[in-house]
Design a protein around this ligand. Structure first.
Ligand code: NAD
Length: 251
């Protein structure tokens, strides 16, 4: 990652997957800029715990104004970027936890805008920063099956996985690779906000041939850094599973 310039979204706490990505990337020599949403003073405090405290700029992916000005605001710190991490997901509580059949379109649309459409929105907002190509990486939770309690977030992730393929198709000719890491369950704020998410924990530990530690964000973060590096030059539209092997098991 030496000399690489990265824009990293999604740091909220030290448990955020994005925080681990930022830490590994810096340790490998990358220069980074973080974006934060809402609780900016908290994000800045967390950013100061990184090996090299990076600049933090504000980004609400539902704000057209903030998306439109993003490239210029990043340019105040970096002359362009080689990679972008999308580590963003949120859904109203009514869209999760077993309420699937009663969730309103208003709540579903909010979840889709923040968790799915934002992948495309962020890619377009950062396109001017990558005139010579780059790498965009996002995070999913296996959306090929229905999970208990994950509900409309599962639908959002299915859309994210499809968006990943379309972005790969449209941005490939510009030299931009677009890939997802499909992580097993990890203890973060996003996970805590899903009532009943702890049900995944014993399931995963039991089924993963490699075992799975829900408190270890390292494997998922390292995969993100690998995809942001030059070491996957011919890979795009891909979903790399970092789940201890669960996705490949039958029973
Ligand atoms: N934790 C898990 O078990 C797990 C597993 C697989 C995939 N993921 C995915 O990883 C990604 C990161 O989540 P996390 O688990 O690190 O939790 P997290 O709560 O630390 O991160 C979620 C981030 O989304 C940001 N966000 C929410 N609404 C936003 C908006 N309108 N604009 C900009 N940012 C906004 C939050 O500020 C936060 O930083 C998400 O896409 C999540 O779905 C998580």
């Amino acid at each position: 990652m030496a000399g690489k310039r990265l824009l990293i979204t999604g740091v909220l706490t030290e448990q955020s997957i994005a925080f681990s990505v930022a830490r590994f990337a810096q340790q490998q020599g990358a220069k980074i800029v973080l974006t934060g949403f809402g609780r900016m003073s908290l994000v800045e405090r967390i950013a100061n715990r990184l090996p090299e405290p990076p600049p933090v700029i504000e980004l609400d992916v539902t704000s057209a104004e903030q998306l439109d000005s993003l490239a210029d605001r990043v340019r105040e710190h970096l002359d362009g970027v080689d990679g972008v991490l999308h580590s963003i997901g949120n859904a109203p509580s009514t869209a999760l936890g077993g309420n699937f059949l009663n969730t309103t379109w208003e709540d579903v649309s909010r979840a889709v805008q923040v968790s799915t459409y934002s992948y495309k929105a962020l890619a377009m907002a950062t396109l001017p920063l990558m005139p010579e190509g780059g790498s965009i990486v996002g995070l999913t939770f296996d959306a090929t099956v229905a999970w208990p309690v994950y509900d409309w977030m599962g639908v959002c992730k299915a859309g994210l996985e499809s968006t990943n393929r379309y972005l790969a198709s449209y941005l490939g000719p510009k030299g931009i690779r677009v890939n997802l890491v499909s992580a097993g369950p990890l203890r973060t704020m996003a996970a805590k906000s899903i009532p009943g998410f702890e049900r995944f924990e014993p399931f995963w530990e039991e089924r993963a041939p490699l075992g799975w530690d829900i408190t270890d964000h390292g494997p998922a973060a390292q995969a993100c850094v690998a995809l942001l590096s030059d070491w996957f030059p011919a890979t795009t539209g891909e979903i790399i599973h970092v789940d201890g092997g669960v996705h490949a098991m039958g029973a």
